[in-house]
Design a protein. Sequence first.
Length: 594
Amino acid sequence: MDRFDPGLGSLSVKARNALVALAVYAGLVSWLTWPFAARLGTHLADTRAACRYDPLYMGWVLSYESHVLSTAPSKLLDANIYFPTRHTLFYGDTGFGALPYFMPIFLTSGNPTLSLNLVLLGSIVLTAWMLHMVVVDWTGSHLAGTVGAMSFLTTRWVLWEFVPTAPSYAVLQYFPLIIMLVARPTLPWRRAMLLLPVLVLQCLTDVVYVASAVLAPLGLIALGRLTRRSTRRDGLRLAIVLACVVLALVPVYLGHLAVGAANPNLHRQTVWLFALAPTALPWGPILSGPTAVPVTAMALAALGLVGFAWRRGSWPAGKRRAWAHALLWACVGSLMSLSPTVTWAGASVDLSRGMIERWLPIYRLLRVPSRLGVAGLMGLVLLAGLAFHQCEEWIVGRYRRRSTALGARILLAASILVLMYANYAIPGGQLVARRTPIPPSFHLMRAISPGSPIIEAIQRRDGPLLEVPVPRVQIALLPGDSPVTHARAMYRSIFHWRPLVNGYSSYWPQGFAKRMNLAWKLPDQASLHELRREAGLETLLVHSAAFAPREREAWLAIADAGAPTLRLIVRDGDDLLFAVGDENASGTGGSPTP
């Protein structure tokens, strides 16, 4: 647990310790999410309601990108949703940052569930490990690294709240490396060239929230260095790197801009039309979101900051730099995560007309600013690790015997980790407010798999497919509606890649609301005829169990007796697959067509 010996053989010792730390975090994440690790190929996380659709969307988009890039790259933009609309890939998050991890697993296994879960859990493990290694690089203490990494893992936003609903957001492992590289005393061109691809990969995790959370603090650092003669050269290099990163992201931004240009009312073509709840200060960022680290970690960081403010003049330059950079990311990230309007003791304070919006005009574009707090999360957990090392130094100074000091350090670390887990798992663990307890086992749901008669029948046919029931769409979904059917249709399409009239993403294209309102009226024959005319509908998959009893009976009657434009292809329990044709072109019958 001591500093590494810089002598002969130190590289192998460092590598061995690093691998041990990686294995430890793999075990800890498996334990915290058990039995997830035992069901990676068959189940998905189900910790929140959004897990019923958002991970399915991400699994679909990463599978589609992997499939099309390996078979027909020129068709990348024409994702198989929202048919007959073209160029539909950029209506939502593209998740390109997760693709280097997802694609090899998917192309090898053909299992999107396994691929998505390995991206989720593997990236969380790598992020904890990288945080550990950065703290070790700054302090030489593996105990301090463990405290920092566990501050990350016991933040509920990571394993229970947001990240399981958006698995691509787990790809945060570049973040600690970026902070460490920029915190070096100088930024020579060699390190700047290393920083460039790392930054691009991290920004591709999400080109709106994560990219902003990375680039905004770095922009401030570059600006600060440009204002001082002694650091101006480094500031210029960092500014050039940031400019290159933005240029590298331009193709992705152009894709999203093209969607906006084709849809003048795009801001209203979304499920998520709601008023943003203002951040309640001072406790809001502490109770939810990325910055809601365990109270123990927050208190540890606060005590460390007192020491930093009191004694920084006597500290070596490297130590001061580490603290300053961790503090900068914590403060800037936390500030960015605030909503444009906040409340304090019940009073509303509008920040959008003040200083913050002038600094961060991104507020005008972002729907959920709290996600920008991922930068604050990184800074806070690094501060916790640095603060623990301060405690270690105090213990070493107090106890002359090495063994006694080591025992005291280990005991202190164990006590802090136990308190962090209590903050994480116990209802009253956050002290400020009671939270729901962490269940004894991680919540999972069975994922869609290819081995069903329905999917086999769909694979043997061509043309556009629609799955019902769908929510009726006006401007947004009505209360109680959700995009689950659309998301499940998209995930199921991974096994057949038929064009889908269904679709779910951040936004929908013009004409989609009209088509979904027609689908909502089915089995009305006029609506079916219009869908066939407008979207070329060839196949209809009906999940009859999801309908109200009266509608379900109507679909079952059609399955038994037939209809002028519907012919049952196959039935699998409550799921009915119909061929859609012209009047009098079909009979009854219920066997799959060859």
